[in-house]
Design a protein around this ligand. Structure first.
Ligand code: ZN
Length: 466
């Protein structure tokens, strides 16, 4: 390890924190496009502040039409390593208690504010790693470039644009995740199933059941509407109470014929952390004393295909796992039921061992056997960078040497910024086991973590670009 570089980083801590505060003060949430500002005013200002800092610190910069900016440590050297970070943020949201979302403060050894850990803080750690190398006169023989996107949070159109112009570097890491290193993103398998039936007006009956706002999120809320059902009988009360207990959700009777179910939302890549309001609503409809019909019969199949609280796909026969990428996850996220039809959509994150044969075909057959019409856009394969490549091994060694912690590869279900890059991994910047509340209220980044991440990036650059 290079003492001079690490000492430089320690002695420029205050300056780094000031830059993070300034960059996070810009509410760079995507807005309406105007002339020269493809993602709106905030992302424009944020990207341009990051670029002007890079220029001030002596790097060669380029602005790709206010979608992406780059900073090269030495453009004369052959392009070798790219670091990919972003200057936009998700909206502030509700519930901030420590500070205003766009007024970063230092408290208890942390910086609090939107963007501190996702991803403006990590972006500046990467920039300061380059700066430390430059200002200590440490020589490299290969080039390193910081790529700064302005639209990561709303679909990553920024890097699609950039890679339409520039080739992928031989190696890319993105400090937009966690340490040690994410080399596998599971595949994606989604399916829709539906059926229709003749209307049966026998009462009491279910008029509608709606749940889910996005295919990639466990529904937090579901609404059921009935006709001719007395919701205030002791029998119905008992059913509600026992299901509330069983599913850990809450029911509220909003008017005479309507029940709202409230569960807990979660990202579809970690469905086990949610409580699926849609599935609880289906269970409720199955237990209430409704007039038997084709509709209630079809609905009764759902808890077998997607048992409440089970997120491993076993109900549709696709439970599987492998050592490298771990277990398959599966969650039913979109629900629609009316008097003549019903349809549902699930989201599954698949390990490397999943194939059309053992996954897509099996799920389709089980769903068809239950009486539904099956439709799937097909499977998207996982993103995998070999764990034993020189690139990955060098990153892990850099992390181990700086932190003294064990470096190992992680597999996750969510898509990251490097999903479409052949040799791209997520590397930092958040230390393992810490939830910095990215996308939530009171997002933070530990100051120790900021300094450690900067040193790890500097070490990685030196090891990869000698
Ligand atoms: Zn991010």
């Amino acid at each position: 390890m290079n003492r001079k570089v690490n000492d430089w980083i320690e002695s420029h801590k205050e300056e780094l924190l000031e830059d993070i505060k300034a960059l996070c003060a810009i509410p760079s949430v995507r807005g309406a496009a105007t002339e020269g500002r493809p993602y709106g005013e905030g992302p424009y200002r944020s990207l341009n502040l990051a670029l002007s800092l890079a220029e001030k610190y002596g790097f060669s910069i380029r602005n790709y039409d206010n979608r992406v900016g780059t900073a090269d440590l030495d453009p004369a050297l052959p392009r070798t390593l790219d670091m990919l970070a972003h200057t936009d943020v998700v909206p502030a949201g509700e519930g901030w208690t420590v500070t205003e979302p766009f007024r970063v403060i230092e408290k208890d050894g942390r910086l609090y504010g939107r963007g501190t850990s996702d991803d403006k803080g990590p972006l500046l750690c990467a920039m300061y790693a380059m700066r430390a190398i430059r200002e200590t006169g440490t020589s490299l023989s290969k080039g390193v470039r910081l790529i700064m996107g302005a639209d990561e949070e709303c679909g990553s159109s920024d890097i699609a644009y950039y890679y339409g112009i520039e080739p992928e570097a031989p190696m890319t890491f993105s400090p937009d995740g966690e340490f040690p290193l994410i080399n596998i993103e599971k595949g994606l398998f989604r399916g829709n199933f539906s059926r229709s039936f003749p209307e049966d007006t026998g009462k009491p009956r279910l008029l509608s059941l709606e749940a889910g706002i996005a295919v990639n999120a466990v529904p937090q809320k579901a609404v059921l509407r009935f006709e001719g059902l007395d919701l205030h009988t002791p029998e119905v009360r008992d059913i509600l109470r026992s299901l509330e207990e069983e599913c850990q959700v809450s029911f509220s009777i909003s008017d005479d014929q309507e029940i709202t179910v409230t569960g807990q939302s979660a990202h579809a890549s970690t469905p086990e952390t949610g409580r699926n309001a849609g599935l609880a609503a289906v269970m409720l409809a199955c237990r209430l004393p409704l007039h038997p019909s084709e509709q209630t019969k079809a609905l009764s199949k759902i808890p077998t295909l997607f048992p409440y609280g089970v997120t491993d796909g076993s109900g549709i026969g696709i439970r599987m796992e492998d050592e490298e990428s771990h277990d398959l996850t599966c969650t039913l996220d979109l629900f629609h039921v009316d008097p003549v039809s019903m349809s549902f959509t699930f989201d599954s994150r698949t390990p490397i061992c999943a194939s059309r044969d053992n996954c897509e075909r099996v799920a389709g057959k089980n769903i068809e056997d239950a009486g539904f019409i099956w439709d799937s856009p097909g499977m998207i394969p996982p993103h995998v960078v070999p764990p034993d490549s020189d690139f990955v091994r060098t990153l892990l060694k850099s992390y181990e040497d700086v932190t003294g912690l064990k470096g190992e590869c992680l597999a996750i279900g969510g898509g990251t910024y490097v999903h479409n890059l052949k040799n791209g991994v997520a590397f930092g910047a958040v230390m393992p086991g810490i939830d910095t509340r990215m996308h939530g209220a009171d997002e933070f980044f530990d100051i120790d973590n900021i300094i450690t991440a900067t040193k790890v990036f500097a070490e990685a650059i030196q090891n990869l670009c000698v």
